[in-house]
Each structure stands twice: as structure tokens, then as C-alpha cells.
Design a protein around this ligand. Sequence first.
Ligand SMILES: [Zn+2]
Length: 355
Amino acid sequence: MVLQHLFHAGPSSRADLARSTGLTRVTISDLVAELMAAELVEEAGTATSTRVGKPATLVRMRTDEFAILAVDVADDLEMRGALLNLTGEILERRSAPQHGQRGEETITTLLALCRELLAATALPVIGVGVASPGVIDSHGVVLQAPNRGWFEVPLAARLEAELDLPAHVANDANTSALAEYTLGGAEGQGLLALTVRHGVGAGLVLHGELVRGPGHAAGELGHVTVIDEHAGEDPVRCACGRDGCLETILSAPALRARVAGLAPQDSDAALASVGRRLGVVLAPVVSALDLEEVLLCGPQELLAGPLAEAALDTIRERTMPVSSTGLEIRMAALGPDVALQGAAVLVLSGQLGVT
Ligand SMILES: [Zn+2]
């Protein structure tokens, strides 16, 4: 609670901390002493106060004196890693090609990238966070990630054993939602982050909490059928083995293929038609969960504009005003690093309780 307050409010007095956490001054002093001994917080001058009496000493989180190692393995071409400070700012980047890699080969690439980054910093590293495709449980076991060839892979445990660091692994849509909430300024009361990459996924944050679901598969909207052969349409086979999933028309490669070679006007119409399908999928989700923010994480040139506008119009047509009047659809604030920064948030949250 103390770190959570300092992370979001910046340098604060012990009295501020007591007020915001509801803990007593004595407890706060003990906790601050403990955090100072762990070198996570330090005293940072005094507050300028208009009140009479001794000015209060401020304490701050030492966000630049530690690093987090984060890797995003959800891209199809390139594995991207970074060292970040405790405010989520990227200090160093490294990447490794992973095109066509599967199974153990991908894990070897991941470990090599982690070791390369660890060698690039003198700062103490508090943990490693990984954004991965697939269905992942709360212990960092990848239950299934078909396009990585991972089934029941205890990825967090492997990383902990090999790197001797605490490790946290989550789905890349979930890390994107966390990043927008913790670092990107999203409200996070009713937030859905839609990731449009090699695959399509969604991460949900409700009342500031990531929704995982009992089967760890909350947000798997990419594999909802949208192209129906019974309605005379021509569905395409999806990576999941089924036909006509949302992913088959909305993934980044599918969108690129759809607009390739089209004149701007035709390209806009093609993107709007995908946006309407997306709106049909999202309308019941928006209504069921009373969402207020839908954030699009992926190529801006494809998602912003006609696609997002058509999705919002479709949701409005299909839902009661009470559900969609306040709804906003916008591009993620953090841009292409959103899943990677979210992997760092996994560590902030898992190791320090900061969300
Ligand atoms: Zn599918």
C-alpha cells in the first residue's frame, strides 16, 4: 500500500501515507523504515508547507535504482526484450529473430535474450516478466499456445530456475491491459484492451483488477466465430483449427492482406466492414460488463479511423444508450511497446504490489 501510493502520488510525507492508506502513523513509520532498509524508498527533502510548524519530510520510491527485465514473445517475427526502471521507462532494448521457431527453440532464444539484457545493466534486477501468446495460468504455466508449440509449459518456473530471478508470465493481451491501466492513464473501471497482432486477443480490467477467469481464458475474443457458412459466407480456417474466427479477418496479417493494393477509398470501406464485425462481437461484451474504455493495441494505420469508427457505431446501434453513451474506443496510449511494458507491470505488481 505504501509503494502503491508513492508510485502514483510521488514523494509524500508519512502523514500523507497514513491518510491515504488508513494505517496509523506508527505503522507507516515502521513500514517506511523497512522499505528504506530494503533501499526501495528514501527520504527526499521536505514539503513546502504554508502551515506553521516543522515542515514534513518526504519519502520517495527509488524508481531509477532498480531494473525490471521484460520480454514480449507474442510477435511472430521478432522477440523483443527490454530493461525498464520502476516507472516503466525503457532503459535498454534487445531483440532476437524468432520467425518459425517453436517449442524448446523459442525458450532457448528467450533465455539467451534475457541473459544478454541482464549483462547490460549494473542495476539490481527485481524480476523478469514475459508477455506470451496463449492461455496462461496464474503460476505462469502456459497451458496452451498453439502457434508457439507450447502445451503445459511451466515457463515462469523455467525462467526462475535458469535466471535465478522471480518470474511472471501472462498473456500479451492481459499485459497490454495492465500497462494501459498502470502506466498509460486508463481509468480501468471497465477496460478492454484488444490486441491486434499475429493473433487477436483481449485483456479485461474491471475495478482495477485483471479478469483472468476460472479457466484462465477470459478475453479470448479472437476465436469467436464471425464468418458463418450457414449464412452463405466463406469462412477461412483459423490457427485454432476452427473456421471463421474474428482473428481470421482482424489479425494484423489479415487486415494487411485485405487492403493490399486498394485505392484509399476502397481500403477505408474494407476496414470499416471489419470494424462492423468487431462491433457485433463487442456489443454484448460492452453490455454485459458495462465497459467504458476499449483500447486498440496494434497497427495504428489499420485500426484508427474507419475500423474503430465503424466498431463504435455498430456497438451504439446494437446496445442501449446506457451501455454505450459513455463508451470510448481509442488507440492504446503506450503504442507498440504496450505488451512489453505490461510484462514489466507484472513484475511491479507481483514483487512490489504496485498496480
Ligand atoms: Zn480461431
